[in-house]
Design a binder for this molecule. Structure first.
Ligand code: AMP
Ligand code: MG
Length: 398
């Protein structure tokens, strides 16, 4: 059996980042910026302005009272020049008047008869935001690695960038196989179940930064699977097949990948999800995941998510890895590394994990409530109450 690391290394080998495309900011959320920095065409902010509502004045010309000769408001007409003995009423974001070097907040001033007086002694440059104090013109701004956030989009907008260069989303074809499957929405006949993997893997692909293409269900008929695999390899950058990859009489996926291209079949020392098929059809990577929904989603998390991230030019799995204590005994296969479905909560300075429910690879309900996978190493037959293990945080932690 391969270790998780060995399998991952082989899966990532030979993957390279997608080409890039320009998208408007409105479509940029979650997209991954292509590495090149964005040049600041102008200062942000473009002009010196006030950080407070108050009075703009020149500190050096002292005086107990200054005549208020006009105002400077954000977006308003140019304000009068500040001469000795005068001040200009100013609003947050309004340009600093020529001649002024400081802002006295309204709270620190008194006003009477068209004049103002400062309480205390104003400091030069107080409450003044210089031109470029956020981003100076000409700076090459390297955007943070990883999916674009609301704040990155805000930064780009402030810089006057209406569009951003991002990695193309890897297109991922998803094929569910099995004679027992019917699409969700259709009624169940005897012995039938709804296809859970198709919708679940499509969502996981979106979450990882890819774009899913859900193929029509294939039964356990080799001809039908072969047609769909060809279709997927043609339409997508990567193809995921779920079900039919193990050694049962009706498991045809491996033979088909082998016939159409090249195949590696691995037993990975991982629980859930031991069998995994990996190959290429028409130069496109094809990965066969186990059919049990929990196995399919956990192996997606461990293997396919890092592949998609690599195709987006990103490293690792993009998850927080923390250490969590568990106070119960959860059984596992000692021969494999287990990824147990747990609920994680913050506990003082650390984290505590509790089983999210049954750990069978067919039980989606506990997986749906889990917010982490607890990584319990090979060699152990169960978690040891009171011990701490690595946890991969997959959802929100309260
Ligand atoms: P298989 O890998 O084809 O041997 O399937 C293993 C188990 O997963 C069986 O109980 C299948 O019914 C179930 N299964 C396979 N594909 C799906 C799917 N797309 N959605 C839900 N369950 C599935
Ligand atoms: Mg099957």
């Amino acid at each position: 059996m391969l270790s998780v690391e060995e399998a991952l290394e082989r899966l990532l080998e030979g993957l390279s980042p997608m080409s890039s495309e320009r998208v408007p900011l409105a479509d940029a959320l979650g997209r991954v910026p292509a590495s090149r920095p964005v040049a600041a065409a102008h200062d942000v902010p473009p002009f010196a302005n006030s950080a407070m509502d108050g009075f703009a004045l020149r500190v050096a010309d002292g005086g107990a009272a200054r005549r208020v000769i006009g105002e400077s408001r954000a977006g308003g007409p140019p304000s009068p020049v500040v001469e000795p003995g005068t001040a200009v009423r100013i609003m947050t974001g309004a340009p600093m008047p020529v001649g002024a070097d400081s802002v006295v907040p309204i709270e620190d001033a008194s006003e009477f008869d068209g004049s103002m007086a400062v309480q205390g002694s104003p400091r030069p440059h107080a409450h003044v935001r210089d031109a470029g104090h956020d981003v100076a013109a000409g700076t090459a701004v390297a955007l943070p690695a990883g999916p674009t956030t609301a704040s990155v989009i805000g930064l780009l907008a402030a810089m006057g960038q209406a569009a951003v260069e991002v990695r193309r989303r890897p297109r991922v074809a998803i094929l569910s196989t099995g004679d027992e499957l019917v699409p969700v929405g259709a009624p169940l006949g005897p012995g039938q179940i709804h296809d859970a993997n198709g919708p679940a893997l499509a969502a996981a692909v979106w979450e990882a930064g890819g774009e899913p293409i859900i193929l029509e269900l294939a039964g356990d008929d080799p001809g039908e699977i072969e047609r769909r695999v060809r279709e997927g390899a043609e339409a997508a950058d990567l193809l995921i097949v779920s079900g039919g990859v193990s050694v049962g009489e009706h498991d045809h996926v491996r033979a088909i990948i082998e016939r159409l291209g090249a195949l590696d079949f691995w037993r990975i020392a991982v629980q859930p999800g031991k069998p995994l098929a990996f190959g290429h059809v028409d130069g496109r990577p094809v990965i066969g995941l186990p059919g049990n929904p929990v196995s399919a989603l956990v192996t997606f998390e461990l293997f396919v998510r890092p592949m998609l991230r690599r195709m987006l030019g990103l490293l690792g799995d993009g998850r927080a890895h923390v250490t969590a204590r568990i106070d119960e005994e959860m059984a596992k296969d000692p021969a494999r590394r287990a990824y147990l479905r747990v609920r994680l909560c913050a506990d003082g300075a650390g984290y505590r994990a509790a089983s999210a429910g049954g750990q069978a690879s067919s039980q989606l309900l506990p997986l749906a409530f889990a917010n982490a996978l607890l990584v319990v190493p090979e060699g152990l037959a169960a978690t040891v109450p009171g011990d701490s293990y690595e946890a991969i945080v997959t959802g929100a932690v309260e």
